[in-house]
Design a protein. Structure first.
Lengths: 364, 596
């Protein structure tokens, strides 16, 4: 079998010198919080790795995850598909249909047993005998469980696969069920968001290929590197929150000056995602920068936490950080107290996450 | 046995049955079955929507200002068009007028979607029905270069450029890991392009994949992200500030320049890559005249892209509104979405039940009770369907009808209506393409005509982007920076009960949302979407839908390779998550499967 292009060859082909390539590896190591000695390992992996098969299944979904994935600017989607992974099944892009498509699943399961990645977009419905999502005449759930049986790991793309998302919003008429609840014997990496940011998606995949391991996850199964902080923590409008300067009404003076959207219902203070740092579509903007509050689309059951414009959010999944409104009220009264409350909350969160990460490492 | 349908098609299900499930390179999940006669010609076609999510029942009791976000998630491919339709429906119900700038920005968002969606459809969902990837490896890059330079001024056209792409794909194929090209129908005699044209199209497949992500940055500026940008009842969420303190926190001069530059590059790409490729490919398939189906008989468009804000008249819509029935292009009928006798949905062949299934229901009175039952002639079991029984219920898609007629919607429907109305910007490009290819007018009503109309519309939309961006700039220059009307933002200002309709022309065709609001909450919400029209199953009168009609009488080169079936289905750009999201009113207790 002729050798295929490695990451390194792709970069060389794009006119990147070896010197720049090594620098890229060092920067990657630094960005991921690794010791400089890891740069060599990254370089080696990128120079020698062949392409890992990825089987990308679709359940009940809207295809926004695939659409987001092909928006990736670094790496480019075409380089991911042609040179980094072998995207052998993705019903949105694949040439084959019908039984020629389904035969691919069989073949990859046989040939790469335990060595392919299962990527899931959407989720299986359990109502109606599972037949509200039919693939090849059978319930999607069956296809999902069969392909999962021999995979190395599962990536749950987006909020559908991670949490259930819109079809699982009350009263969840099809009993749409997140992936980790039907696949219990494989590692499931959740990459939530509706959809997730393109470069977060390709970032998670390239991390797994480069280091040949799963990214460190938080307790809910999300990669810490992209979901470890709240949007509010790194929001460029944060100084206005701290100063008590808020948009009070759409298109008012505050909106035109780029004030904080907290009072317009922004869920940035309770949403863990990379929108305010990585931003969207090659870093062009993110919802808050474009004037609308965050709707919290990467959080579990975000559809069922009252209106997106309701700023009294009282959620119980974050422990001490639960009531973001308390922080907001504090901000209106005393800027110092607000910063203090946040600092304490953030520090506690960091400590918890560190403990968790260490705990998980010990388990391995 | 041959049966004549009410809308004039002959069905014969006696020949060999071929099943395609899943139909790929579409949005969502779909199954198709056909019967082939002894000459491998399709004589019966059955289109089945195979997914169903239930968004409308989920919307009940919610804040109508939130509905855009829920309905936007109906589809991530035509992202934003449901959100736009939703805010229009809510504004219609609540009597909210939007500022002129909000209308311009919404049009820019919608046109951006049209261009992006059509481009991605042509290269990434449809091209492989016409383009043989493996044949491209045999091309002489010098010939490809000659071909490219003969049809377009696009600068990336040197022999060396095409050789590099060819080498890359060669190495990819030689690796034995074919990725998305695995098990394709390469070498099928239905592929007609010479190797150099295949290489040209394959090269642009990759270029378009890179470029499409640039177009959507327009959504990112005005809506914060793509897919699924943000919208607002009463206007748009992005404030404009080009002069004062804090301008960097709003739509400012740098942002407007970014949009303007993307629009210029988009026009270039569409006019120098997409449209020339489309015409060149069509030239090799002139003899393949199949797939017309309903398009020459019954087409429907609601109209869209209002020139001015808050004017719903047909004259104010840049995309035409109207209905054509019985093939009478000389008679364009008015369309009224509020009239209970015009748009109705039937369920006698869909997995839903009505008290009286011989009758259709207008969306405001719509009932959606799920009823997953299979007919007595089904082969296989309830959870392992080998062959569907189309005489009984057979799809998660309802059957919408306009005054009882099955209708085709989409770019070809819009352009046919525009042509029939004699509007120059639709008529002239169609006439030019037909003249250049030496084809008669009737050739328009075909699979290829549908694909061509979409390409012409992408160019139309790209140029209209420029029009509305210039209009926005002129308004800002004149001192108008208003983007939202908040007079009726608070629910306390709303009537106790209100009904509204919102429409748009989504990339795939006519889209309507119907909302009933009571005591500040959504009481009822119904959407009838383009693929519900095109992919509809049969109705009590025996009419077949647009997908099924278009497949009939098409010869298939190899019975076990569904290339021609995919070609015609893809020409509609099916969107199944859109078409099949309806659901029963009560969140009924339904049977469950055991999870191992």
């Amino acid at each position: 079998m002729a050798s295929t292009e490695t990451f390194y060859e792709v970069m060389r082909r794009q006119g990147i010198s070896r010197r720049s390539f090594l620098k890229y590896c060092s920067l990657t190591a630094a960005a991921l919080g690794l010791a400089p000695s890891y740069a060599g390992r990254i370089a080696e992996a990128m120079e020698t790795k062949p392409r890992t098969p990825v089987l990308w299944l679709h359940g009940l979904e809207c295809t926004c995850c695939t659409e987001s994935f092909i928006r990736s600017a670094h790496p480019l989607a075409q380089d991911v598909v042609l040179s980094m992974i072998s995207l052998d099944y993705d019903d949105t892009l694949m040439a084959a249909a019908g039984h020629q498509a389904e035969a691919i699943l069989e073949e990859i399961r046989e040939r790469y047993r335990g060595n392919y990645i299962l990527a899931v977009e959407g989720n299986p419905p359990l109502a109606q005998d599972g037949m509200s999502c039919i693939i090849a005449g059978r319930p999607f759930l069956e296809q999902l469980q069969e392909v999962a049986a021999d995979c190395k790991a599962v990536i749950a793309w987006g909020s559908c696969a991670s949490w259930g998302c819109v079809q699982a919003a009350r009263p969840n008429p099809t009993r749409a069920t997140p992936v980790h609840e039907v696949i219990r014997d494989k590692p499931v990496i959740k990459v939530p968001g509706c959809p997730p940011i393109a470069e977060v998606m390709t970032g998670v995949i390239t991390y797994m290929l480069t280091f040949d391991r799963l990214p460190p996850l938080d307790r809910q199964g999300r990669p810490l590197m992209f979901y470890g902080q709240r949007i509010h923590d790194k929001c460029y409008r944060r100084p206005h929150f701290d100063a008590g300067q808020f948009v009070e009404s759409w298109d008012d003076e505050g909106a035109r000056k780029g004030y904080c959207l907290y009072k317009m219902g922004c869920k940035g203070p309770t949403t863990y995602n990379a929108c305010s740092t990585v931003r969207w579509n090659d870093g062009v903007s993110f919802p808050i920068q474009s004037g609308h509050g965050c709707i919290g689309c990467s959080e579990r059951d975000f559809w069922d936490k009252d209106s997106f414009y309701d700023h009294v959010t009282d959620t119980h999944v974050f422990g001490i950080e639960a009531n973001a409104d308390r922080v907001g009220i504090a901000a209106a009264g005393s800027v110092g107290a607000a910063i203090g409350a946040h600092a304490v909350a953030s520090a506690l969160h960091r400590t918890k996450q560190r403990d968790r990460a260490q705990h998980e490492e010990r388990e391995e | 046995m041959t049966v004549k349908t009410a809308n004039g098609f002959s069905l014969d299900d006696s020949g060999r049955r071929v099943v395609v499930d899943p139909v790929t390179r579409i949005e969502g999940h779909m199954r198709c079955e056909v019967n082939l006669d002894d000459d491998n010609v399709i004589r019966n076609a059955v289109s089945t929507g195979t997914m169903w999510r239930g968004l409308e029942v989920i919307l009940r009791g919610r804040d109508p200002r939130d509905a855009w976000a829920f309905t936007e998630r109906i589809c991530g491919v035509c992202t934003g068009t449901h959100a736009l339709t939703s805010v229009r429906a809510v504004e219609d119900a609540l009597g909210i007028a939007i500022p002129e700038n909000a209308n311009s920005i919404r049009n820019i968002m919608q046109l951006t979607l049209q261009v992006h969606d059509h481009l991605v459809h042509f290269y990434h969902l449809h091209a492989l029905d016409w383009v043989d990837v493996v044949s491209a490896l045999d091309a002489d890059p010098r010939e490809t270069s000659r071909l490219a330079q003969s049809i377009s001024a696009w600068p990336l056209s040197s022999p060396g450029y095409f050789r590099d792409v060819q080498n890359r794909v060669k190495r990819f194929v030689e690796s034995g890991q074919l990725g998305p090209f695995m098990n394709g129908y390469w070498g099928n005699p239905a592929y007609k392009l010479p190797p150099e044209a295949n290489l040209l199209a394959l090269t642009h497949y990759l270029e378009a994949l890179d470029f499409q992500k640039e177009i959507v940055k327009i959504h990112t500026v005005y809506g914060g992200k793509n897919p699924h940008p943000n919208w607002l009842v009463g206007g748009v969420p992005c404030a404009i500030n080009v002069d004062g303190t804090g301008a960097v926190g709003a739509v400012n001069m740098e942002r407007l320049n970014l949009i303007s530059s993307i629009i210029d590059r988009t026009i270039e790409f569409i006019d120098q890559v997409y449209v020339p490729d489309l015409i060149a490919i069509a030239g090799f398939y002139k003899d393949w005249t199949y797939g017309g189906g309903l398009s020459s008989q019954a087409v429907l468009s609601y109209g869209d892209i209002p020139e001015h804000a808050n004017d719903d008249s047909a004259e104010n819509q840049l995309l035409p509104r109207g209905a054509i029935i019985n093939g009478r292009l000389d008679e364009i009928h008015d369309v009224d979405l509020r009239d209970p006798d015009e748009i109705q949905e039937f369920v006698d062949h869909a997995w839903f039940s009505y008290p009286d299934e011989s009758r259709g229901l207008h969306p405001w009175d719509g009932i959606t009770e799920p009823d997953f039952t299979l007919g007595p002639n089904t082969k296989g079991t309830r959870t392992r369907i080998e062959q569907i029984d189309e005489r009984a219920k057979y799809s998660w898609i309802k059957a919408p009808r306009w005054r009882g007629h099955a209708m085709e919607v989409g770019p070809l429907a819009r352009w046919t209506i525009g042509y029939a109305q004699g509007i120059a910007e639709f008529k002239e490009p169609i006439d030019k393409v037909l003249t250049d290819l030496g084809l008669p007018f009737e050739a328009l009503f075909s699979t290829l005509g549908r694909t061509a109309a979409r390409g012409l519309e992408a160019s139309w939309a790209a140029h209209k982007l420029r029009h509305f961006q210039d209009k926005l700039m002129a308004a800002i220059a004149a001192g108008d920076t208003t983007t939202a009307n908040v007079e009726r933002w608070e629910p306390s200002t709303w009537p106790k009960r209100a009904k509204g309709v919102g429409t748009s022309e989504a990339p795939r065709g006519a889209l309507g949302h119907w909302v009933v609001i009571g005591s500040g909450k959504i009481e009822n919400y119904q959407a009838v979407v383009p693929t519900t029209w095109n992919g509809s199953p049969r109705d009590p009168a025996g009419n077949i839908g647009a997908f099924e009609a278009a497949l009939l009488n098409t010869p298939v080169a190899r019975a076990d390779e569904p290339l021609e079936i995919l070609r015609t289905l893809h020409s509609f750009d099916p969107c199944l998550a859109c078409s099949t999201h309806v659901m029963g009113p009560g969140g009924e207790e339904l049977t469950r499967v055991k999870v191992r």
